[in-house]
Write a protein of this length. Structure first.
Length: 220
C-alpha cells in the first residue's frame, strides 16, 4: 500500500512539474481556433464557381475589398502583394497558401471587373481568387460568417466597412485576423509557420499542440 501511495505521489508531482513548466515555458505557440469559415458558392474572376470546399488543404488569406475602393484599400493591397511576392520566392504560393478576395460591392463588381483588378495587380487566378455573387449571399458570408459590417456603396463606389484580413487554416477554420491595413509581412510569415507546424504534427507532438491550446499558448 505504501508503495502505491508513493508511486501516486511521484506521478502527481511529475504531472504538476510538467504543468508548471508548460505554463511558464510555453514551449509551443499556437494561433487561436475560431469558427469555421462560412460555406459559400461564389463566382471568381474567370466566371467559374468557387466553393469554400475548393480551398481545403491550403491556408488562405481572405481579404475584403472592391474594384472601386481606390486609396482606401491601397495599404492593404500593398501588404498582401508583398506577402504574395515572398511566398512566391519561397515556393509556397499556390501549393501551401492561397489568397481570396471577396468584393464588398457585388452588385457592381462583375467577374470582368474583378479580372481587370487582378490584372492591374499582376496576380494569377491559380493563387489569388477574386469572387463576387448574389449580394445576399455575400452579406451572409461577410456579415454573418466573418462578422464584418459594411454599408452599401454610394454613387461613387464609396462604402464604410470594418475591413479586416483573415487567415484560414487548411481545415477551413478561422485562426486569426489582421487590421484594415492588412497583415504585416513578418507577422503573416510567423503565423504561416505556426500553422504549418501545428497542422503537420503527429503522435505525441499532436498532444503537445492540443495542450498549447488548452493553456492558451498564443504568440504575443
Amino acid at each position: 500500500m505504501r508503495w502505491w501511495i508513493g508511486l501516486g505521489i511521484v506521478l502527481l508531482s511529475g504531472l504538476l512539474v510538467t504543468f508548471l513548466w508548460f505554463v511558464i515555458a510555453r514551449p509551443v505557440k499556437v494561433l487561436p481556433r475560431g469558427e469555421q469559415f462560412p460555406p459559400f458558392s461564389l463566382t471568381d474572376q474567370r466566371g467559374s464557381r468557387l466553393l469554400d470546399s475548393d480551398l481545403r488543404g491550403r491556408m488562405v488569406f481572405v481579404s475584403l475589398m472592391h474594384s472601386r475602393c481606390g486609396d482606401e484599400c491601397a495599404e492593404q493591397t500593398k501588404r498582401l502583394l508583398e506577402l504574395r511576392q515572398e511566398l512566391q520566392r519561397s515556393g509556397r504560393l499556390g501549393s501551401d497558401v492561397l489568397f481570396l478576395t471577396i468584393t464588398l460591392d457585388p452588385a457592381h463588381d462583375t467577374p470582368a471587373d474583378l479580372s481587370a483588378l487582378a490584372g492591374q495587380l499582376g496576380v494569377d487566378p491559380q493563387s489569388w481568387r477574386f469572387v463576387t455573387g448574389d449580394p445576399r449571399e455575400v452579406k451572409m458570408v461577410v456579415g454573418g460568417g466573418l462578422g464584418v459590417y459594411y454599408t452599401e456603396p454610394d454613387a461613387n463606389g464609396k462604402l464604410y466597412a470594418e475591413r479586416r484580413t483573415f487567415l484560414i487554416d487548411s481545415s477551413g477554420m478561422i485562426r486569426t485576423s489582421y487590421p484594415a491595413e492588412g497583415p504585416p509581412l513578418a507577422i503573416a510569415l510567423r503565423d504561416i509557420d505556426l500553422l504549418t507546424r501545428e497542422m503537420g504534427s503527429q503522435g505525441a507532438m499532436r498532444l503537445v499542440y492540443e495542450a498549447s491550446h488548452l493553456f492558451v499558448c498564443y504568440p504575443e
